[in-house]
Write a protein that binds this ligand. Structure first.
Ligand SMILES: O=C(O)C(=O)C[C@]1(C(=O)O)C=C[C@@H](O)C=C1
Length: 361
């Protein structure tokens, strides 16, 4: 007991993620920070404190502005329906709106206040959850048939990113219950969907209800946290449905965790940039730089943007995101980034981080 109380002044690092507890983001945090967080060069043991955010934007904003928040974990892309556009657009807007700080060594380089230091891959297995059916028990078809037979309208809540992962499932549900109108409704996260479905059903029980049953699509973990019934498990269209998350810290935060110092394995570099408009071949010119330095590009993405301040006739342009892995240690990075700088109107290196071993299995 004595030892425990000695730890009361223990040092805690806050990690912010899209909450409430039970989200897949929460799962990513537990995967990333599950081991003891002994700081590589810090004398004291440090402990992780979980902080939930209501949106992905809030994760970025809190990490940028709140001194107590040391890390943020945000979803980036899903293996079934691609980019988590909320995160891509935040990365884009941070570059387009960050004043070019003198700290940037190169003319067009932007240094945002955050750094990507890691990645996590989370297996996404969605469940159809119901707050009202009895207590624990194996989900059975009769439960659903009996339950659904009482309703003309069923509202299903979940995070918008989920709909593209359960399209076929929802189509089959509609075919199986043609007399029911299924309504999808977005929430800020999957576990917020469960929380809200419990609230709606409690309200309905109190007021005699409006004849609309509210369900949620979320993780099995969320069903346990909010004590709701699983009507069906693993309803995502694709087995192996995975979401990739990024781990971020403040750029000026030099106290980096031991696990990130893992020198082995590939380093992934996330580079974002904008190119001269209407210049034929300007994107290829940037990609040719990676080829010249024999850098293995592992992803390329783009997001549209409309820069109202730009009086150019073209109101629609693209912002690019590339990731490349570098297995060589003889590269003149100064020369490399000077070439990037010469071919981009703005660019930003978001971080160089270890490829997570979950990427390979
Ligand atoms: O809502 C959650 O559970 C989240 O962690 C967000 C999120 C996402 O934004 O993609 C994460 C994984 C799934 O793809 C569904 C939702």
């Amino acid at each position: 007991m004595e030892k425990f109380f000695n730890n009361l002044d223990l040092v805690t690092d806050h990690v912010i993620f899209l909450g409430p507890y039970g989200t897949y983001s929460h799962q990513a945090v537990m995967q990333e920070f599950d081991e003891d967080e002994e700081i590589k060069d810090g004398p004291e043991k440090r402990y992780i404190k979980l902080v939930t955010a209501k949106s992905i934007v809030e994760c970025f904003e809190e990490l940028e502005t709140n001194p107590a928040v040391r890390y943020a974990v945000v979803p980036l892309e899903n293996s079934t329906n691609g980019q988590v556009v909320f995160s891509y657009d935040i990365l884009r807007d941070k570059v387009l709106t960050t004043k070019r700080e003198e700290a940037g060594k190169f003319k067009n380089q932007v240094l945002p206040r955050l750094d990507v230091i890691g990645e996590q891959y989370v297996n996404i297995s969605h469940c159809l959850l119901c707050p009202t059916v009895g207590d624990e028990g194996e989900e059975t078809q009769t439960d659903m048939d009996r339950l659904f037979s009482q309703y003309k309208v069923i509202r299903i809540l979940s995070h918008p990113q989920v709909w593209g992962q359960v399209t076929e499932y929802l189509n089959k549900l509609q075919l199986k219950y043609p007399e029911i109108k299924f309504e999808k409704s977005d929430t800020n996260s999957t576990s917020e969907a469960v929380f809200k479905s419990v609230e709606y059903e409690r309200e309905r029980a109190k007021t005699g209800g409006n004849g609309v049953l509210t369900l949620a699509i979320a993780s099995e973990a969320a069903s346990k946290i909010f004590n709701v019934t699983i009507l069906e498990k693993s309803i995502n269209d694709k087995v192996g449905n995975t979401t990739r998350f990024l781990i971020l810290k403040k750029r000026e935060d030099t106290l980096v965790r031991k696990t990130i110092h893992d020198k082995s394995g590939d380093k992934v570099n996330l580079l974002t940039f904008g190119i001269e408009k209407n210049e034929p071949g300007s994107l290829v010119d940037v990609l040719m730089i990676l080829k010249k330095y024999q850098l293995n590009m592992v992803s390329v993405n783009s997001r549209p943007y409309n820069d109202p301040s730009n009086n150019d006739s073209k109101k629609w342009d693209y912002f690019f995101y590339i990731e490349f892995v570098c297995e060589r240690d003889d590269i003149d990075w100064n020369e490399f980034y000077q070439s990037i700088d010469n071919n981009c109107i703005t660019w930003c290196l978001w971080g160089s981080f270890p490829r997570n071993k979950r990427y390979y299995n």
